[in-house]
Design a protein around this ligand. Sequence first.
Ligand code: OGA
Ligand code: NI
Length: 352
Amino acid sequence: MGEVDPAFIQEPEHRPRISYIEGKGVPLIDLSPILSSSNVSAIEFEGLVKEVGDACKEWGFFQVINHGVPLEMREKIDGASRKFFAQSLEDKRKVSRNEKEVSGYYDTEHTKNVRDWKEVFDFTIEEPTIVPASHEPDDTELTEWNNLWPEYPPDLREICQEYGQEMVKLAYKLMELIALSLGLPADRFHGFFKDQTSFIRLNHYPPCPTPELALGVGRHKDGGALTILAQDDVGGLEVKRKTDGEWVRVKPTPDAYIINVGDIIQVWSNDRYESVEHRVMVNSEKERFSLPFFFNPAHYTMVKPLEELTNEQNPAKYRAYSWGKFITNRKRSNFQKLNVENLQIYHFRISE
Ligand code: OGA
Ligand code: NI
């Protein structure tokens, strides 16, 4: 590739720093107390709940080990993803995302209207996934999102579906810990995820000739409830540290998952746990692969602060919004460069 397309160039204040800080990084949490085979004391379990709560409050991000997802499954999906992206552009475009289907392959995602240096393949967990037909508030029509499965590699579909089920299991366990850490019953969030709109993204970040000007993913917050990310050993994910606003890199830890609070948990918790900005740096030598799972509720969920977490002294900071309308709006705006800002939760903030 010669000259870099200006669509990829970040404004100077958002360009990455090539010499990054590793500093005090995101917490690493051992989930072995919740593995069904382990015999845990109440104290140990309480300790885990507190660790998760502290990490959500102080960082919005943490890594987990001993999470129960078989390493073999992760290796399988990683291998399938590498095979898929190694194909020619023409072959990958056979499963291109289009106006109707938001899943599939594409390489034109924009974050805050700057193009990301990456290509992706998306698939939803529920097949089909039911969502509003349009983002227009008064339109009540529903539609289906269907997955576009490639012919190659032939086992990609099965591997992805299997991996998806593992992610859902882990996500429920994490939501239980988060609920307990907020003083709620463990299953408080479960009901929201029946008819979930969760999806998984296979990310490929090719080497970039100008890593100082572009980003793999521009700074953003995840709009869903919770994200479970697998990154390879190349590294590049940076998190905005809450204490000082510095961008810190999440050091790759073998077989760990990176968990982050999304905007919906921020709203449910009435800002006790905030969704934190993050971005991805690319580099000029190595390609990088990652696999985020976005745990999202049913489209008909009206997202609003939980009543148990609000009262007269701490009134709701957000008005209710429709998750279905939010996600259809986002899917539309990330697909093309629009001249307006993306929909964000602060648009629903109640002014004080
Ligand atoms: C995302 C994201 C991080 C990564 O896709 O929302 O933050 O490391 N990805 O790919
Ligand atoms: Ni993200």
